[in-house]
Ligand binder design. Structure first.
Ligand code: UDP
Length: 302
């Protein structure tokens, strides 16, 4: 259902309703079971059409309204039954990433065509709430990557780590391997290379990678995956920004309470003073939210 575009809360409601009705019918009459199932499937097909237009969205980008568990289930589906022979990209967007979609039409198109778009960042979630199109939960790229590695270790899905400087990707892979024993590391590579080079995508495909974690910052990581989608083959690629720096211990992630009150960006700013220019974009994002609320802003790079 999730793969078909149904949102998490509606999927739960449909399945609960289906189970309840079929159990009643089972006690009653078996022909009734068939009738009830047919009616429910008919209603579900009709509602799905309606619901697919109701995804939470911001500036022409529709987000997957999923919890972490559902995001992992959807990822599992994409890994086990890839829709085609190309890499499926998961984009995790925060407020700064949204601003990038406005300045960079190529990135905007890549995001729109991705297999999953997750709302990462409390600023983004707040903005969507203000505009009356909230997501049910923030799914941060770094948490998603960690949960994917947990699933990969039990499913034997090889994971490739590309991004960050020096040996950070290697350290990150070792840390995750110690956290999830059995995690198969297909390979590691730093994130400073010519994105047109085809040697790395070829090596990734040959390694049998099922999950590619790309941590080169937005939009570089997404553009690199999009450029080599065919060459990479049917794996799941996830853009995870600065996650390797955190896993490897080079950066310290904000405590949970700081994340909850929406000041994770400030915590990172204090550790990376050169990030101030990027963080200024949080101000433009909030101004754009209020301009949208007042009807003064509409995206025009469709
Ligand atoms: N990075 C990289 N290649 C580059 C530029 C950046 O691998 O050409 C890495 C950088 O070392 C850092 C990560 O990308 O580990 C995240 O960068 P940034 O903080 O800019 O990304 P964001 O989290 O804002 O998407």
């Amino acid at each position: 259902m999730l793969d078909g575009g149904t949102e998490h809360p509606e999927a739960v409601q449909y399945l609960a309703g289906l189970c309840a009705l079929t159990s009643i019918a089972a006690v009653w009459n078996k022909w009734l079971i068939i009738l009830v199932v047919v009616i429910i499937l008919f209603i579900f097909r009709r509602s799905r059409k309606k619901l697919s237009g109701n995804k939470p969205s911001l500036w022409d980008i529709s987000f997957d309204n999923v919890s972490m568990n559902y995001a992992i289930s959807k990822a599992r589906g994409l890994i086990q039954n890839p829709p085609d022979e190309r890499a499926n990209l998961v984009v995790t967007l925060n407020a700064i990433g949204m601003e990038t979609t406005i300045d960079d039409p190529e990135f905007f198109e890549i995001v729109k065509e991705s297999a999953m778009i997750l709302a990462d960042g409390s600023g983004l979630c707040l903005g969507m709430k203000i505009l009356g199109s909230p997501v049910q939960e923030r799914v941060a790229g770094i948490d998603f990557a960690e949960q994917l590695c947990r699933a990969a270790s039990s499913e034997n899905w090889p994971v490739y780590f590309v991004g960050a400087a020096g040996d950070t990707a290697e350290i990150c892979a070792q840390v995750l391997q110690s956290r999830f024993p059995g995690l198969i590391v297909a390979g590691t590579h730093d994130g400073y290379f010519d994105i047109n080079d085809t040697a790395l995508p070829d090596a990734i495909r040959e390694s049998g990678t099922k999950i590619l974690l790309a941590a080169m910052g937005q939009p570089r990581q997404e553009k690199w995956v999009a450029l080599h989608r065919e060459r990479l083959g049917p794996l799941l690629a996830v853009g995870v920004g600065g996650a390797f720096d955190v896993f490897s211990g080079h950066l310290i992630r904000a405590p949970k309470w700081v994340q909850k009150i929406g000041f994770e960006w400030l915590y990172r700013q204090l550790q990376e003073p050169s990030r101030w220019r990027k963080n200024l974009r949080l101000v433009t994002f909030m101004l754009r939210i209020f301009a949208t609320k007042l009807g003064l802003y509409h995206r025009n790079n469709k």
